[in-house]
Design a protein around this ligand. Structure first.
Ligand SMILES: Cc1ncc(COP(=O)(O)O)c(C=O)c1O
Length: 425
């Protein structure tokens, strides 16, 4: 192929993955042709009129920033106030209690949650090792891992063996994959996008989280020579009913006597793209929790050096303006009012889609929070094609079709459910 003599092996292996954009383009073409088409393709939150939803309080905070905050570099690790804010965004009210209990946090700014995921892949597993993901996952995970010479295996999103005490956590499969990896590697890393999973909207239950955490900790205790990193990807969690669900579970388990072995680390990949509607300002961070301050100090150094060697510093203006906005209770509350308005858009759309699907006997995956809903299918392209015949544009992915509640309007849902019924029928 052209360029093969210029590209290295890793470069040659990279192929375009434009499924989402190509289905969006098909929606746009249908609109141009005058069809009454609906758009469930885009992965950003749109108002009911199809325009990008912007948190107005965040927008005002950015615009009030002095010119120097737009122009200057940020410190390599990130602005101190922002690093502090990241800990609170990641752990909510549990943060202070965890600190009082003697736990420590590292915090490093990154260009969005994507940057945080890259930092984790780059520094926790060795090249040649394998990460553990759920079997429905955000597509770019694969690339972040591959770019660090890593592979992945999965465990099911929903248990086959339905156990009513944790219906959204496949414990047996998780434990057996973890055991398999521990028998082969000196480090294991799990990436878990919860609550408000992309691409399904699933949120685990509190009991499911606690069972998952205990399985992971027990594995760390049993395999003391294997480093154990659990990374919670919180990209959509500030729109979930329990935004700090993992922090609450972690704190509760610690208060109930959970043992924290030295070889256990819990990280949160923070993204402000959705929560603060600043997708393009590339603002996020990686926050890690460990009882030993020497460990978190070391992580602060390692992560900021990695950032320096990869993208230099993270953009400054988002860090400055958002930490200033959250520094007063009024600023934080005003952001919260706007966030609630945007969450309401998602809640209304989700409720309506579930109702319309139920009325027609269409069986959606469990979907509770965040930007998406999902329908399982071994032939997702066929389903998406059939929906498109009825002017409903969705995204066929591996294992199912992603329904962008974030992009659809509430009153599109009868049409979406009807198209799904025909397509699945
Ligand atoms: C599951 C998930 N994690 C992380 C991200 C990171 O987004 P960003 O890099 O824009 O913060 C996204 C964005 O779509 C996502 O869907």
């Amino acid at each position: 192929m052209s360029g093969d003599n210029l590209l290295n092996v890793a470069g040659i292996a990279k192929e375009g993955s434009d499924t989402i954009f190509s289905w969006f383009a098909r929606y746009q073409n249908a609109k141009k042709e005058g069809k009454d088409a609906v758009n469930g393709t885009v992965g950003a939150l749109l108002e009911d009129d199809g325009s990008l939803a912007v948190n107005k309080v965040v927008d005002a905070a950015i615009r009030e920033s002095p010119p120097i905050e737009f122009s200057a570099y940020a410190p390599l690790a990130g602005l101190p106030d922002f690093l502090d804010l990241c800990k609170t965004l990641a752990f909510g009210d549990a943060r202070n209690t965890l600190e009082d209990l003697g736990f420590n946090f590292s915090s490093t700014a990154s260009p969005g949650g994507s940057g945080a995921l890259f930092l984790a892949a780059n520094n926790f597993l060795e090249r040649g090792q394998t990460a553990l993901l759920r079997d429905r996952y955000w597509g770019p995970y694969k690339g972040f891992l591959q770019n660090n010479g890593q592979d992945y295996v999965t465990w099911p999103l929903i248990p086959k063996n339905k156990d009513s005490s944790h219906p959204h956590f496949a414990r047996e499969e998780f434990e057996s994959q973890l055991e398999m990896l521990c028998s082969k590697q000196n480090k294991v890393m799990v990436w878990l996008n919860d609550p408000a999973h992309n691409p399904t909207g699933l949120s685990m239950t509190p009991n499911g989280r606690s069972v998952c955490l205990n399985s992971f900790v027990n594995s760390a205790i049993k395999n003391e020579d294997v480093g154990h990193t659990l990374l919670i990807d919180s990209a959509y969690s500030l729109y979930a009913d329990e935004p700090h669900a993992w922090a609450d579970t972690i704190l509760e388990e610690i208060e109930n006597g959970l043992m924290w072995p030295e070889n256990l680390l819990i990280c949160v990949a923070v993204s402000l793209s959705k929560s603060h509607t600043i997708y393009g300002l590339r603002t996020g961070g990686l926050v890690c929790l460990h009882p030993d301050k020497e460990v978190t100090d070391r992580l602060n150094t390692v992560m900021s050096v990695t950032g320096r060697q990869t993208w230099s510093a993270t953009p400054r203006v988002g860090q400055y303006s958002i930490s200033k906005m959250h520094s007063t209770p009024e600023g934080g509350d005003a952001w919260g009012v706007e966030r609630d308005r945007l969450k309401e858009l998602l809640d209304t759309r989700r409720k309506s889609l579930i109702e319309e699907c139920n009325n027609r006997g269409v069986s959606l995956n469990p979907t509770m929070d965040g930007f998406f809903a999902w329908i399982e299918s071994d032939d997702s392209v066929k389903i998406a094609e059939r929906c498109a015949e009825h002017d409903v544009y969705l995204v066929p992915l591996s294992g199912g079709v992603r329904i962008g509640l974030c992009a659809l309007a509430a009153n599109d849902m009868p049409k979406v459910a009807e198209a799904l019924k025909i397509a699945m029928g």
